[in-house]
Design a binder for this molecule. Sequence first.
Ligand code: SF4
Ligand code: SF4
Length: 102
Amino acid sequence: MSFIIGKSCVDCMDTACANACPVDCIHGPINVGGSGAEVAAQGKEAFPGGQLYIDPDTCINCGACVPECPVSAIYEDEDIAIKAGDEESVHKNYEFFGLKYA
Ligand code: SF4
Ligand code: SF4
């Protein structure tokens, strides 16, 4: 089980969540280990359609990222994301880190 970043993050990408994460498990939109630094360096306009993702293998489900998100894009687990109609984001979070959600 892991927190999941949903589609509301697309084109927002302010990286506030990545800065709040105590285990450094939020990355993207391109670099799987960069904590969103490419957005800070190049601006979100350089990544149209991009979003950040949570590494499900590393997330400790602490919730620290949730209040930081200005667009309420972060779901507390996969089931909540799916019930909200955002199953695609569940798979995207896993697949970004080379994982598969079963
Ligand atoms: S729930 Fe905690 S560990 Fe998981 S992504 Fe959010 S801040 Fe990081
Ligand atoms: S705080 Fe929200 S919108 Fe910003 S990068 Fe994180 S999930 Fe995306």
